[in-house]
Design a protein around this ligand. Structure first.
Ligand SMILES: NC(=O)c1ccc[n+]([C@@H]2O[C@H](COP(=O)([O-])OP(=O)(O)OC[C@H]3O[C@@H](n4cnc5c(N)ncnc54)[C@H](O)[C@@H]3O)[C@@H](O)[C@H]2O)c1
Length: 486
């Protein structure tokens, strides 16, 4: 592919054009609004200037990149033998359909048509056209930087053309993920539970609880931003619309249901940073506002007795790490014996959801999430009932990880619930044939900056344990279907 056209010179169109030009491709950027076209030129130039000032490119290189771009205020000025046309105009089905009908008259039959729609059906966008290869190409903002492109299939595109596109993206430093034409594609669908499950963990809409969840998901699970601060950045209204879109597209299945706190904030016009931090996290002034105490490991040898399974005599007056993956009944039996022998116990309970909380409270033990950790994660989440920092220090030394201490145990363990629900949606999507596991993982990492892909997490935790937690959560709700069912 040599000749390209991008239609729509807004945020996405300008970004896609910049990436093509930087990759050495001839590209026409077209928009029906000359002012927008002028602004796009200015913003591309400024973006290159910033890259030169950071020594990413030389002036000479940038001159060459800019020579690759031609600005066209009418599609008539774009060569009809273009190889690939990428549409990035307003997100409206009827307008996109009308525009493609006109484009169909101008371009030769070899031009592949692609839409950068965020969520419209690709088949519907191209339903008025005959015998032309068409697909979705979903780029992520900022397009020159974000590596992922979801290549969305349509009945009109051959597997040769799809493969050609895939190779083209790989050779131009993008990471393609091939996906069926289903609501939300990969990213917008699988990411819903990052927000959705976090909302369900809350028991009030207090800023403190939201900040605690954000803190844990960054510090322990490794996300760059927490769900609530991200919603405040994106806009509470935008996030709610995306949630509603997927919810409706999946026949109002409860696992995609919007949360009342989102609706409430939008009704009260608390939309996030754009309304001076009047969003979900009300009046948040800076990201460093909220911190939980973290204990770091030191070199001391810690006297900890670890139980993977019941294979030796019960210790007395010791610090015990109950790492068993017993079910609740078995766990209670073990904990009772350990209590009788006057032990301090840290209990691994990630797979038992919140059922374990009252027991931990009653017995005055601590609870951790160590199985929901990847090797590369540095921190463990721990609910401290005892408040005994000496024990936590020993635990940190034993794990060789930072231990983030949570003393408000009303919310339960946060990391396991949120990761489990992301993995669950990815698994359902994979089993429905949406995309390969590899492409689902790549999409979440390179489209949304996830610290790992859902299947990478699942492999490190084990599918059985993730499933055990899902079933546990499922039993907490009597009505079916619920958030934890298909
Ligand atoms: N902004 C994002 O983060 C993002 C990410 C992925 C996908 N998308 C999708 O990309 C598309 C564009 O989004 P955006 O954020 O760049 O929008 P935008 O509003 O910044 O730009 C849209 C541009 O299309 C132009 N336009 C409208 N009708 C036109 C027509 N008939 N002919 C030529 N130009 C026309 C407008 O002048 C405008 O410049 C949408 O479908 C959106 O859903 C957006």
């Amino acid at each position: 592919m040599k000749k390209f056209c991008v239609l729509g010179a807004g945020t996405m169109g300008a970004g896609i054009t910049q990436w093509l030009a930087t990759s050495g491709k001839e590209v026409f950027l077209s928009d029906n609004n000359p002012d927008v076209l002028k602004n796009a030129e200015t913003s591309i130039r400024k973006s290159y200037e910033r890259l030169v000032s950071k020594n990413k490119f030389t002036d000479e290189q940038v001159r060459e990149f800019l020579e690759n771009i031609q600005f066209a205020s009418s599609i008539e000025n774009v060569p009809s033998d273009t190889d690939l046309l990428i549409e990035a105009i307003v997100e409206n089905l009827e307008i996109k359909q009308q525009v493609f009908t006109k484009l169909d008259e101008h371009f030769g039959p070899q031009t592949i048509f692609a839409s950068n729609t965020s969520g419209l059906s690709i088949e519907k966008i191209f339903s008025k056209l005959n015998s032309r290869p068409c697909c979705g190409l979903h780029f992520f903002n900022p397009a020159p930087i974000m590596k992922l492109v979801e290549i969305v299939k349509s009945p009109s595109i051959s597997s040769e053309d799809l493969n050609q596109l895939k190779e083209f993206f790989i050779s131009n430093k993008k990471i393609p993920a091939i996906v069926e034409d289903r609501p939300g594609f990969i990213c917008n669908r699988v990411a819903r539970n990052f927000y959705g499950e976090s909302f369900r963990i809350l028991n009030t809409d207090s800023p403190k609880q939201m900040q605690e969840i954000d803190f844990i998901l960054k510090e322990v699970a490794g996300f760059r931003m927490g769900p609530f601060e991200l919603i405040d950045l994106i806009g509470v209204d935008i996030n709610l619309n995306a949630t509603k879109g997927v919810f409706e597209a999946f026949g109002s299945h409860p696992r995609f249901a919007p949360h009342k706190f989102q609706e409430q904030a939008v009704n009260e016009e608390r939309l996030g940073r754009k309304t001076n931090n009047l969003g979900l996290i009300l009046g948040r002034s800076s990201e460093s506002d909220f911190k939980l105490e973290v204990i770091n490991p030191n070199q001391e040898v810690s006297p900890i007795v670890v139980y993977d399974e019941l294979s030796h005599d019960f210790p007395e007056n010791s610090i015990v790490f109950d790492k068993t993956l017993f079910n609740l009944e078995e766990k209670i039996e073990l904990l009772k014996i350990l209590k009788e022998k006057n032990n301090h116990v840290i209990v691994e309970g990630s797979h038992l959801s919140n059922d374990i909380l009252p027991i931990i409270n009653e017995m005055n033990f601590d609870l951790c999430n160590s199985i929901f950790l990847l090797e590369k994660n540095n921190s463990v989440e721990l609910i401290s009932t005892t408040g005994d920092e000496k024990i936590i220090q020993h635990f940190s030394n034993h794990m060789k990880k930072n231990v983030v201490i949570r003393s408000d145990n009303k919310l339960g363990l946060i990391t396991p619930r949120v990761l489990m629900q992301i993995i669950f949606e990815a698994t359902v999507a994979f089993e429905e044939g949406l995309a390969s596991k590899k492409d689902i993982d790549s999409a979440m990492i390179y489209g949304l900056n996830y610290p790992a892909g859902p299947f990478e997490w699942q492999n490190s935790i084990s599918a059985e344990l993730v499933e055990a937690l899902r079933l546990n959560m499922c039993h907490t709700i009597s009505r079916k279907p619920n958030r934890y069912t298909r």
